[in-house]
Ligand binder design. Structure first.
Ligand code: SAH
Length: 510
């Protein structure tokens, strides 16, 4: 029998994945199995080991819920196989999270466990709306109450008489469907209808919204605004502070979800910009960067690098791979002295600049035709060009150089492979219509996306807008049957973000 494994019962906060604790991150990193709920931000899965088994036990698309005893059995079974299990819950595992029940079950079956507290929505969601749950001037207690009622119950299980007497802040979780009963019950038992109240939907996430009213009208106000679960209701004088303390400033992409198809290594700038603008950046990498299969041409070029007068880089990755190999082969960087550099795109030029090089030529707008034209104007007949490129480079450049009798060598400095990304999660999000934009930053991102999603699923993406970094990418998309809604004006990541903002302004979120 294998050694028994261990279960980490953890909370990962209410939405904003940056509210994760270091301890939760550490445990997710070492877990063999991750069992996660519906309200968990799936971004936390990016910390998981590549081969970790992911088990979703939240609501399924057909609204079916995995019963608690089935979840318990999964934990027991995986731990009994000797695996390290991360049992991941939204907020805190012991605040209406059934973490206690799961821990009891593990205790009864002799499975070791650890509890990792999380930041509970009960406190953090009001905080993100500028409501401190306690304040010396207003209250001296806080009460966290479940608003969820079993539909088959005739009598309310909430003791409104007792709750109405409390002076402290009342916080209801899971109560949005029942909000009018809650408010009526409290008023009936003596709580003033004028007590300030607020409801915050999807707090701490990119589409947090809130409404404010009084106990007497909050149910109507929330319903008029179409507030739905998950939401936290706060009742008490502290709600007054919201007008002063509301600090989350929605950026220009607030409420928008954007799919990023770039390789994980390349995605960070786009992710950061989208998150800075309050958008949700969903990483769905369809490409992965790999080393060349064969280094012989590359190494040969390095050995005689001073024979070239021009060195052309077409991507940041190309620059990184080139210099990595130079270091490995102990090729002294001074051997590049006097060689002119061409970088396709600002990001590539910036990368070279950071390494201490000035770049001699950056085509103003990137298309291969433009690059070719610029090179032909600059490269003199006796000069030789080295093209450091990916394995799937566009042949127009090499053909154009040949037909103009420019001597050149072309080397593959990295390969782009299709990523083994699971498509189901993303297809579900398309089905429920919660994706606003899909971004493509190269032709290969489009073709791999179509391959991974499957042509038969392409109709699912119709509700989302497709935005391409440039015309070449857009052409590939159209050829593959993907309708393009917009092309960035500047063919850069910043240009792409500007286009997203422009489109977001056309259909603002409310
Ligand atoms: N263990 C969780 C609570 C689980 S009960 C915690 O500590 O936060 C689920 C309820 O939590 C939801 O019905 C809702 O009331 C609240 N909730 C969770 N995440 C939320 C969010 N991002 N915004 C608003 N309410 C949230």
């Amino acid at each position: 029998m294998p050694n028994k494994g261990k279960v980490y019962i953890m909370g990962v906060g209410p939405g904003d994945y940056k509210l994760l604790t270091l301890k939760a991150v550490e445990s997710i990193k070492k877990a063999d199995v991750i069992v996660y709920d519906r309200l968990v931000n799936t971004k936390i899965l990016s910390f998981a080991k590549k081969d970790a088994e992911l088990v979703y036990v939240g609501k399924m698309p057909d609204y079916h819920i995995v019963p608690q005893d089935a979840i318990n059995k999964i934990l027991l079974e995986k731990a009994s196989e000797g695996k390290t299990v991360a049992r991941v819950k939204g907020g805190d595992p012991f605040v209406f999270g059934r973490g206690g029940e799961e821990a009891e079950y593990l205790y009864e079956h002799g499975i070791e466990f650890e509890i990792i507290p999380g930041i509970s929505s009960a406190i953090a969601v009001p905080a993100y709306a500028g409501i401190p749950v306690t304040h010396r001037d207003y209250c001296s207690s806080l009460h966290i109450i479940t608003g969820h009622e079993r539909p088959d119950k005739e009598e309310s299980s909430l003791d409104f008489a007792a709750l109405a007497k409390l002076d402290g802040t009342l916080i209801f979780l899971m109560g949005i469907k029942n909000l009018s009963n809650i408010a009526e019950g409290l008023i009936k038992h003596g709580k003033s209808g004028a007590t300030p109240a607020a409801v915050i939907e999807r707090g701490t996430t990119h589409n947090q919204r809130s409404v404010v009213g009084t106990l007497a009208d909050i149910a109507a106000v929330a319903s008029a605004a179409g507030i739905s679960s998950p939401a936290v209701t706060v009742i008490g004088e502290v709600v007054h502070l919201k007008s002063k303390l509301e600090w989350v400033k929605p950026g220009k992409l607030a409420g928008k979800s954007v799919i990023i198809t770039r390789a994980r290594e390349q995605a960070s700038k786009l992710v950061e910009r989208i998150e800075e603008l309050s958008g949700e950046a969903i990483e769905f990498p369809v490409i992965k960067i790999a080393e060349p299969e064969d280094y012989s041409l590359f190494d040969h070029a390095l050995e005689q690098v001073e024979h070239y007068q021009w060195l052309v880089f077409t991507s940041v990755n190309g620059v990184e791979s080139f210099f990595k190999r130079m270091r490995l082969k102990k090729t002294d960087i001074r051997r590049l002295a006097g060689i002119k550099l061409c970088a396709v795109g600002e990001a590539t030029a910036e990368k070279l600049y950071d390494m201490g090089f000035n770049v001699d030529f950056v085509p103003e707008s990137f298309t291969t035709e433009n690059l070719l034209k610029g090179l032909l104007e600059r490269v003199s007949p006796k000069e030789k060009v080295l093209l450091a490129r990916a394995d799937i480079a566009n042949p127009i450049l090499s053909k154009g150089l040949s037909s103009n009798q420019i001597e050149f060598d072309e080397i593959t400095v990295y390969r782009t492979l299709i990523e083994s990304t699971d498509r189901n999660g993303i297809i579900n999000r398309f089905i429920v219509g919660s994706i606003d934009f899909i971004t493509f930053t190269s032709s290969s991102t489009v073709s791999n996306f179509v391959t991974i999603l499957g042509k038969e699923n392409l109709n699912e993406i119709e509700k989302a807008k497709v935005v391409c970094i440039g015309p070449v990418t857009a052409k590939t998309a159209e050829e593959l049957g993907v309708k393009v809604d917009a092309i960035a004006d500047a063919y850069t990541i910043e240009g792409l973000v500007d286009k997203l903002v422009e489109l977001a302004e056309e259909s603002p979120w409310n």
